[in-house]
Design a protein around this ligand. Structure first.
Ligand code: ZN
Length: 111
């Protein structure tokens, strides 16, 4: 291998490393820190060679993350708190659905 060929090979490698690879993985770079970053990276890596896969990964990376919906389950006001086990039972029952002990209001109503 003569010097000119060696310089061309090195220049080609530098071109690929500095221009082509960052451009190819641009969707993955944009998607860093997002919820679907791994999936976007895989789509970019596996289907990025087709222009459609690359564009799809880019669009996916640019889209905003969906705001996570936080569901808080708290016992409703009508649920009855058992004094024996500390768990909530559905309203209307006279006995705890967890431990089977009668509720205090049921005991008071009997007396
Ligand atoms: Zn109970």
């Amino acid at each position: 291998m003569d010097n000119v060929t060696l310089i061309r090979v090195v220049a080609g490698c530098l071109f690929v490393a500095t221009i082509c690879l960052p451009l190819y993985f641009l969707p993955s770079i944009i998607a860093r820190g997002k919820r679907n970053a791994k999936a976007i990276f895989l789509l970019n890596l596996l289907a990025g060679w087709s222009v459609i896969g690359w564009v799809a990964a880019l669009i996916w990376a640019i889209m905003n993350d969906a705001v996570p919906v936080i569901i808080q389950q708290s016992p409703s006001a009508a649920a009855q708190l058992c004094a024996h086990c500390g768990k909530y039972s559905p309203p209307g029952g006279k006995f705890c659905s967890i431990c089977g002990q009668p509720f205090e209001s049921a005991i008071l109503a009997r007396q």
